[in-house]
Design a protein around this ligand. Structure first.
Ligand code: SF4
Ligand code: SF4
Ligand code: FES
Length: 260
């Protein structure tokens, strides 16, 4: 296999992407490594912060028979990694009218009858790059403990990896999204602060500010946003291709299989 050279630094690692081997500097996330190698990622890359689920990939390591999955923006490229991006995994889309459903198992089964075929094997859990206990959430759905299913799956980023590995051919991420929607709509109490803020908006408390924003150009809005970030201790968004140290360490921990 020929090796594609990239700009050299002291410490390089070799990865394979779509059958081509590249030498890239160590300590880059997979997304950064692919960009360093000259790929322009127009699909399979979004937030770069482990939130959007766009960058799922499958990979194997030398001397390891297992197929690994992960987020390319959160996983450090290490020597010998053989990578393929998984841009999209077909899931079940029923187009159901959720307004006619209640948060109960019989209603869920009316649009996803296959839920009853869940084997309780927890393969979905093992494949989740977010370390979500997907199998536990599915078990909670089946015993109608919707609060537990909602809480467990709340941080799902809809990457579809659980669906790609389910031996019963279910789409756990789609099923759990229906559960969260029905639970959030019918059971979860509306937070008081949200009620208050909606009331304030209805009463016109923010009308002047909103009117001002409507008249501002992009540059002025950008400056206002920057001032807000400085005053509110909220970190600025990361620039493309600049995953922070924490991202890299998070990827390293995941590669080693350590708990976060
Ligand atoms: S539950 Fe499934 S879709 Fe959600 S983050 Fe985990 S693997 Fe991805
Ligand atoms: S992988 Fe599929 S069958 Fe196994 S527990 Fe998860 S949803 Fe159920
Ligand atoms: S780019 Fe959004 S999760 Fe990786």
């Amino acid at each position: 296999m020929s090796v594609q050279s990239t700009r050299k630094t002291d410490l390089m690692v070799r990865i394979v992407f779509r059958g081509i081997q590249y030498e890239i500097p160590e300590n880059l996330t997979v997304i950064q490594a692919l960009e360093h190698a000259g790929h322009v990622l127009t699909r399979g890359c979004g937030c770069r912060g482990g939130v959007c689920g766009a960058c799922v990939m499958a990979f194997r390591m030398p001397d390891d028979h297992r197929l690994h999955v992960g987020l390319a923006c959160q996983t450090v490229a290490v020597n010998g990694m053989d990578i393929q991006q998984l841009l999209y995994f077909p899931a079940t889309h029923r187009g159901a009218d959720l307004s006619r459903l209640k948060p109960r198992l019989s209603d869920l089964l009316s649009i996803h009858p296959e839920v009853a075929k869940c084997l309780g094997c927890y393969t979905c859990t093992k494949s989740c790059p977010q370390d979500i206990q997907v199998g536990e959430a599915m078990a909670a759905v089946l015993r109608e403990d919707w609060e537990v299913a909602y809480q467990i799956s709340f941080e799902c980023i809809m990457c579809g990896m659980c669906t790609s590995r389910c031996p019963a051919e279910l789409s756990p991420h789609q099923i759990l999204m229906v559960v969260r929607r029905l639970y959030g709509r019918d059971i979860l109490p509306m937070p008081e602060y949200l009620n208050q803020r909606l009331e304030e908006i209805r009463n016109g408390v923010f009308n002047d500010e909103l009117q001002e924003l409507r008249t501002m150009d992009n540059e002025a809005i950008r400056e206002r946003f920057q001032r807000y970030l400085e005053q509110s201790n909220v970190g600025p968004p990361k620039a493309p291709g600049k995953a922070g140290e924490e991202d890299i360490h998070r990827g390293e921990r995941r590669d080693r299989g350590d708990d976060e």
